[in-house]
Design a protein around this ligand. Structure first.
Ligand code: ADE
Length: 248
């Protein structure tokens, strides 16, 4: 997969050199290129923002440097079907970034991320990307809170996406049992020693009884999901008196 990121803070993306993502890049499974938006300005101050028409607080990112930056990114492909990036713009007003969206984006051969700062990017840039460059544009939010810009969101999204690419995670099975893969949160996990600080590992995990362990883990997942994320439970998973239905 190829990833381009346009930002006024390319240094923010340094963590993508590390750990699994750094290794995936070294192994050629992923290329990540950061572009400095200010390289596409033409004034002495390398200005990327201006005051909003209609008034209001804060500054808006100017369209011209964005258009040139996107032209530059797109020009690296041949402009045909798969040789055009899908454009992802992180922002608090976007569609939620979920595991299923991460899976969808992991199928794309090429992603371009546009990191807004200040109050955001002039709306005409989205129109330009769609209408003139023919890009699919997705505005995506990490959650219902406001960050200072898209860079931290890009770090989170690239990590969630890249770990789904074939070959990035050695043990692909570990991807299957995770929170958000099947709608339930993960069960609690333990390692040695059996007793630590006066606290024991639940007996069932030491029993060697695989079906009892599977049943216990499933109950734990339901209970945990009900307590931490009741919004994830399907009504059929909760009985009318509010108890959890353990046999799904
Ligand atoms: N930029 C600012 N806030 C954001 C959020 N919640 N998600 C993604 N990008 C953002």
């Amino acid at each position: 997969m190829r990833i381009d990121v346009v930002t006024i803070f390319p240094e923010y993306l340094a963590p993508l050199d590390l750990s699994l993502i750094g290794k995936a890049r070294e192994d050629g499974l992923l290329t990540v290129t950061a572009h400095d938006l200010r390289d596409f300005t033409h004034d002495r101050h390398r200005t990327v923002d201006d005051t909003p028409y209609g008034g209001g607080a804060g500054m808006v990112m100017k369209p011209q440097p964005w258009a040139e930056a996107l032209d530059h990114v797109v020009a690296q492909g041949d402009g045909s079907g798969g040789r055009r990036p899908r454009l992802v713009v992180p922002g608090p007003g976007g569609a939620p970034f979920t595991q299923s969206l991460a899976r969808e984006l992991a199928e794309e051969p090429w992603l371009a991320f546009a990191c807004g700062r200040y109050e955001g990017i002039d709306e005409r840039v989205y129109e330009y990307a769609r209408d003139d460059l023919g890009l699919e544009v997705s505005v995506v939010s990490l959650g219902d809170y406001v960050l200072n810009g898209g860079e931290v969101a890009v770090l989170a999204m690239v990590e969630a996406i890249a770990r789904l690419l074939p070959g990035v995670i050695g043990n692909a099975e570990s991807l299957v049992e995770e929170s958000h893969e099947d709608g339930l949160l993960e069960y609690p996990i333990y390692t040695k020693p059996k007793v630590w600080n006066g606290r024991s590992v639940p007996d069932v995990l030491l029993s060697g009884n695989h079906s009892a362990i599977a049943a216990w883990r499933h109950e734990q997942r339901l209970a945990r999901t009900a307590s931490r994320r009741p919004d994830l439970l399907h009504p059929a998973q909760v009985t009318t008196d509010g108890d959890l239905e353990v046999d799904l």
